[in-house]
Design a protein around this ligand. Structure first.
Ligand SMILES: C[S@@+](CC[C@H](N)C(=O)[O-])C[C@H]1O[C@@H](n2cnc3c(N)ncnc32)[C@H](O)[C@@H]1O
Length: 234
């Protein structure tokens, strides 16, 4: 995968088509190479969100519906957003009252989020999900991931799920919104939707799936999207 990225570093404002067509050339490599891809993409977008293939104009509806439907009150509780990108989901959690830490491996993404929300209470910070600070372990009441696990290849799936699960406090919540795939076998990504067995890995850490909603979008290449709320044991 490193070789794959090297060839593209110079001209790295890629289109969504490029993103979808990147294939299993990437799948047998380690996560480190990803820094070499996400960071230049954000840096070279130079403040133009249309150059970031996954950017959305607002927080994802998966999160905002979950917050409103459950009348979630974040006051006095902490939340962490994994792979926060441009920050909209972190801001939605802050607006719900959470004390929010939002991290991304890309310094340019983090700087951009800070620039977009200069008065934000969110602690935007650069961090790698594979090298989490020790004091983040079991530290958060709510852990939210939207589209970061699926952006990383199957070769690191076990690791990334382990790392994300490690962030939640006893009694806390892990909320995952992701594309889903039916088969357990290899998949030509990116993205790499999650399988049932992969999602079950969260339960191997004692987390219990208390809500699972599947949404179907027949018009998409990734027809099934899942929102899962896991509860951590006390
Ligand atoms: C597909 S984007 C999704 C961004 C955001 N969650 C959203 O849905 O708009 C995946 C994000 O994960 C970040 N990322 C990739 N590898 C990471 C890692 N090892 N640690 C932390 N963030 C990472 C990327 O920089 C990127 O912002």
């Amino acid at each position: 995968m490193a070789a794959f990225f090297k060839g593209r570093r110079i001209d790295l404002i890629i289109s969504l088509k490029d993103f979808c067509e990147m294939s299993d050339e990437m799948s047998d490599e380690t996560s480190e190479s990803y820094y070499d891809w996400f960071e230049p993409l954000y840096a070279q977008a130079n403040g133009d969100a249309t150059q970031v293939p996954w950017s959305l104009p607002t927080a994802t509806a998966y999160l905002t519906h979950w917050l409103s439907k459950n009348k979630v009150q974040g006051a006095g509780r902490s939340a962490v957003v994994v792979g926060c990108g441009l920050g909209d989901d972190a801001e939605a959690l802050a607006a719900a009252g959470f004390v929010v830490t939002a991290f991304d491996v890309s310094p340019s993404a983090v700087a951009w989020a800070q620039e977009r929300f200069p008065k934000s209470s969110v602690n935007y910070t650069v961090a790698d999900v594979f090298q989490l600070p020790d004091d983040w372990l079991a530290a958060f009441d709510l852990v939210f991931d939207f589209r970061t696990i699926q952006a990383l290849p199957l070769s690191v799936r076990t690791d990334v799920i382990t790392q994300i699960a490690s962030l939640v406090k006893p009694g806390g919540i892990v909320l995952i919104a992701t594309y889903a795939r039916e088969s357990e076998g290899a998949f030509e990504g990116p993205p790499w939707p999650l399988s049932a067995q992969e999602l079950a890995q969260f339960e191997s850490y004692g987390l219990v799936a208390v809500v699972k909603e599947t949404l179907h979008n027949a018009e998409s290449r990734f027809a099934d999207r899942i929102l899962i709320q896991y509860q951590a044991p006390l």
